[in-house]
Design a binder for this molecule. Structure first.
Ligand SMILES: NC(=O)c1ccc[n+]([C@@H]2O[C@H](COP(=O)([O-])OP(=O)(O)OC[C@H]3O[C@@H](n4cnc5c(N)ncnc54)[C@H](O)[C@@H]3O)[C@@H](O)[C@H]2O)c1
Ligand SMILES: [Zn+2]
Length: 345
């Protein structure tokens, strides 16, 4: 099922879109998003004649546990939510991942809508129907595919985002340009300063393009079976390893992906014949994204990559670039990966 995607300013003020879920909903959010937008959204939902219950998750990665999902189920039962109602997830990727997993499994699945409030959420985590939680053994190890009925990207909510969250989202947005769309990459490059300043005129087309690209790819390969969706993982093989190695939440997702893209560019130079000019263009933009230096520890990162869901037979699968806008999947040996991790030093 394809999700309807809405991008604009002020979409939370008149939430007629929530009618897609019926007359009864549960708003799942976290304290910061609730204080800033949730309270008003609850009032607006009620003005639309929709009965709305509330469930508050803890902020950040702490929301992505089975215990939190269990507590959502209990609120859903207590509020009398049946299959004729649905869940609205308001927050960053942590909220949408956990709330989406609750929606995917409560009563064997009830409809839901995502309202991503971070830039990362609007370009990536709020779209595509991957939901889930972490367990002690690893991040996102438990989850389900469950497409939201709609994705509501209200650009106004981004005004209050801390700079680091903006940067994390822009890191992910650059990925779409590098992998799928050279012209889009060039436009982002040109508008870079305006993007960092959250200039709405520069930002709106970026959110629109990334959301559309992700939705299009997911519609063609919802469950990651044809290889198309895998291309979204450019920068993520090293990125995920770094995120876990640094400790959840220490390195923002998009920051880890920026380092991962640097490593993937180094590998592309070694293996795919990526032209030097393309590597320079890409490298220059990535160098402009102020991300904290990660823990290098190459052997530990390699061990994590070996355990990656996508590793096969001692080789690690990477999404690389033949050119900007032309991705290719390649098996990489450990010594090649080790050499690429030099970019982290
Ligand atoms: N399902 C997917 O496809 C997918 C893809 C990428 C990442 N993810 C997951 O997303 C999570 C990261 O999501 P995230 O980067 O959005 O971070 P997050 O959900 O942890 O939120 C980051 C912080 O921003 C605050 N915040 C949220 N909206 C705000 C606003 N508008 N103004 C001010 N503060 C605001 C929150 O309180 C929180 O402290 C990770 O768990 C990652 O695994 C999922
Ligand atoms: Zn990502």
């Amino acid at each position: 099922m394809k999700s309807a995607i809405k991008v604009g300013r002020g979409l939370l003020r008149k939430p007629a879109w929530a009618r897609l879920l019926g007359r009864r909903v549960c708003l799942v959010t976290e304290p910061e998003a609730h204080r800033r937008f949730g309270r008003k959204l609850l009032d607006a939902l009620r003005r639309e004649g929709i009965e709305a219950a509330l469930h508050l998750l803890p902020a950040g990665e702490a929301a992505k546990t089975l215990a939190c999902v269990h507590s959502i189920y209990r609120t859903l039962v207590r509020s009398g939510l049946g299959r004729d109602g649905g869940v609205i997830a308001l927050g960053g990727g942590a909220v949408t991942d956990a709330a989406g997993f609750a929606a995917a499994t409560y009563l064997r699945g009830v409809p839901w809508i995502t309202v991503p409030t971070t830039l990362l959420g609007q370009v990536d985590s709020g779209i595509g129907g991957k939901t889930g939680v972490n367990i002690a053994e690893g991040k996102n190890l438990v989850g389900a595919f469950h497409q939201p009925r709609a994705v509501i990207c209200d650009l106004a909510v981004l005004d209050s985002l801390p700079l680091r969250e903006v940067i994390s989202g822009l890191g992910e947005a650059v990925k779409y340009g590098l992998v799928f769309d050279r012209a889009f990459f060039d436009r982002m490059r040109r508008d870079w300063d305006r993007l960092l300043a959250l200039d709405p005129l520069a930002l709106a087309p970026v959110v629109r393009r990334c959301a559309a690209l992700k939705a299009e790819i997911v519609a063609k390969d919802e469950r990651e079976t044809t290889g198309l969706r895998e291309l979204l993982n450019f920068g993520h093989t090293v990125g995920h390893a770094l995120e876990t190695e640094a400790g959840y939440g220490t390195l923002r997702h998009g920051e880890a992906v920026v380092w991962g893209m640097r490593a993937a560019l180094a590998l592309s130079l070694m293996k795919t014949g990526l032209p030097k000019a393309d590597a320079l263009d890409a490298g220059r933009v990535l160098a402009q994204i102020p991300v904290p230096r990660p823990p290098a520890r190459p052997e530990r990162l390699l061990a994590r990559m070996r355990r990656d869901k996508k590793a096969r037979g001692g080789r690690i699968r990477f999404v690389l670039l033949k050119r900007i806008g032309r991705p290719v999947v390649a098996a990489v040996t450990e010594s090649e990966a080790r050499a690429a991790l030099e970019v982290l030093r």
